[in-house]
Design a protein around this ligand. Structure first.
Ligand code: PRT
Ligand code: ZN
Length: 286
């Protein structure tokens, strides 16, 4: 019982779907009925708390939850004493300064003596201080983008993803001050037994993430180009090479990284590879 960990995830919002998907990909089963605030897994020692994202850093700092999945923007803004265990690669966005699009932007000194509306007073305050700019921060909890048009502030500092919200409100992005993605956070000083469960979860998350970053390739190649092809796709230990029924040809199986995927495929074709199949990898344990 003492090894059961509690994880806080966003109840409903931009982080919810990907957070639960990642947990499911780790083979963890649970029931997530609408409106439920708590749930328990049937096959892993973990309980779920479904909360507003703003509350997650605080619950993890207090130890009400052992783990949490939340945006780095909330982690830094709330400034609670917690550990960040892992970047999760989803809900990527940036926190930016924006001003009315007709304004002539001259650099950070544009903001000297001006007022800026934001839901992130700490991140903005720290940034202004680092830039030695004195501006007035108006903290508001939502609809930040309308602040300049209603005369509340001269600029805003808000989360931007595609940029279309800024555009629709007649604003332009002038400075990116912070980059964010979802992270896994942990209470400081959890028990050894709980720590073991956290390690198991991290091991599974790593396998899922590595799987996403890599592809399995199968191809046919003439035997005289095998050396070159093996050097292009070294794989995890080394590629598997199997003879084809046709004399002088082999089938090569290996793993390639998503980052260099297209360059790799082009080089393989140039080296004589044919019939290249690329297959997604669900999990990868090295
Ligand atoms: O109800 P609860 O408090 O739980 O949720 P919330 O409404 O506070 O947060 P939510 O669900 O909107 O966002 C959760 C987290 O997702 C944020 O803390 C960020 O880490 C991350 N994220 C990623 C975003 C965006 N992308 C995003 N585009 N959070 C907010 N936005 C908003 C932004 O505030 C602005 O209004 O989307 C608009 C800008 O989007 P674009 O695409 O028009 O630029
Ligand atoms: Zn929120």
């Amino acid at each position: 019982m003492e090894n059961i960990i509690r994880i806080a995830v966003q109840k409903s919002g931009r982080l919810s779907e990907e957070s639960l998907k990642l947990i499911k990909e780790c083979g963890i089963k649970f029931y997530n009925g609408t409106g439920k605030l708590k749930s328990t897994s049937t096959n892993f020692p973990i309980e779920f708390l479904f909360l507003r994202d703003d509350d997650i850093p605080g619950y993890v700092a207090d130890g009400v939850a052992d783990l949490g999945i939340v945006g780095e923007n909330e982690v830094v803004e709330k400034n609670k004493s917690i550990d960040v265990l892992k970047k999760l690669g989803f809900s990527k966005c940036r926190l930016s300064l924006a001003i009315p699009k007709g304004e002539n932007y001259t650099g950070m000194n544009y903001f000297e003596g001006k007022s800026i509306a934001t839901s992130y007073p700490k991140i903005l305050g720290d940034y202004l201080e680092s830039q030695k700019i004195k501006a007035e921060i108006h903290e508001i909890s939502g609809s930040v983008e309308i602040a300049p048009s209603i005369g509340l502030a001269e600029g805003i500092c808000d989360i931007v993803s595609s940029g279309s919200t800024l555009m629709m409100n007649g604003l332009k992005e002038v400075e990116e001050i912070f980059q964010s993605e979802a992270v896994l956070i942990c209470h400081k000083g959890i028990s050894n037994l709980k720590q073991q469960t956290v390690e198991k979860l991290l091991f599974r998350m790593d396998a899922v993430q590595k799987g996403k970053k890599n592809k399995y390739v199968l191809l046919n190649a003439p035997n005289d180009s095998l050396d070159r092809i093996v050097s292009l796709i070294p794989g995890m230990r080394s590629p598997t090479i199997l003879p084809l029924a046709e004399q002088g040809w082999s089938s090569v199986h290996s793993v390639i990284s998503e980052d260099q995927f297209w360059e790799n495929i082009e080089e393989l074709r140039a080296a004589g590879a044919q019939g290249i199949l690329v297959v997604p990898i669900e999990k990868m344990v090295i």
